[in-house]
Design a protein around this ligand. Structure first.
Ligand code: ZN
Length: 256
């Protein structure tokens, strides 16, 4: 039996009103996040001891938690809005991706499949709502267009400064979606939870070549007119706790 999550009083990250907040599962509970068991690790501590953690020589000292990853970030109304508008689409895509990863040889590095029956606009809005949930209020104060895009289910306009990428993942650690400043790529947020990883890149005119860009999912109304919508996604491990670092266990072993 899953434990009942209580509510907390706080400021909702979608409507910005102070009220009772529900525990929001990020990603949605229905997308393999129902009974997730996890440890919360101090980022610095993990960074300093990555190799020991990856190879199992060091066990996390923090208490193991379960019941799904998430936080108290949205009120009941906003939670319900996201649930009714976007969550089912996300779940559907996650199920397809998970079954594709599991049914193939684990050494396969890239997967191509047809996504023509996924509403990609809704999918993108769900991804953005997860980035909003993962970050503090400053995030949407700095990037208000992201919030407007999520709040209006029909809005297809989003400035080109926001670019989105995705990949498949079933190996390594989750990535928490927090905003991060990299030397190479500028401002990024990366959220990883099996079977997906998502990257939001802000104000970087250069494409991130390793990943499949999905920014044009916002134009789903135009691209859906094509019969088949193929997508190719690479699969990456996420052992190292830095966004956009996809070194394998072997590479990690040799390089640190
Ligand atoms: Zn709200």
């Amino acid at each position: 039996m899953s434990k009942i999550k209580k509510t907390k009083i706080g400021k909702c990250k979608i409507c910005k009103e102070t009220k009772e907040l529900n525990f929001e599962h990020i990603p949605p509970r229905s997308a393999f996040n129902k009974e997730t068991k996890y440890y919360t690790l101090n980022q610095k501590e993990y960074y300093q001891n990555t190799q020991e953690y990856v190879f199992g020589n060091l066990k996390p000292k923090s208490k193991k938690e379960q019941g799904g990853l998430g936080d108290y970030c949205f009120c009941k109304d906003c939670n319900g809005f996201l649930g009714s508008k976007y969550v089912r689409t996300y779940k559907k895509f996650a199920q397809i991706a998970m079954s594709i990863i599991q049914s193939n040889d684990k050494n396969t590095k890239a997967y191509g499949f047809d996504i023509s029956d996924i509403n990609l606009l809704k999918f993108l809005k769900q991804i953005i709502s997860m980035f909003i949930g993962c970050n503090n209020h400053l995030f949407t104060e700095c990037y208000p267009e992201l919030l407007e895009f999520v709040k209006d289910e029909n809005l297809t306009e989003l400035p080109n400064r926001y670019r989105f990428y995705m990949y498949l993942n079933n190996e390594g650690q989750n990535r928490n979606g927090h905003i991060y400043f990299t030397n190479l790529y500028g401002t990024v947020c990366e959220f990883t939870f099996r079977p997906f990883g998502f990257v939001l890149s802000i104000d970087n005119p250069n494409r991130i070549m390793e990943l499949s860009e999905i920014t044009n999912f916002k134009h789903y109304d135009k691209i859906k007119k094509v019969d088949k919508l193929p997508i190719i996604l690479n699969k990456y491990p996420t052992y190292y706790p830095i966004p956009l670092d996809y070194r394998t266990k072997d590479e990690l072993n040799g390089s640190i």
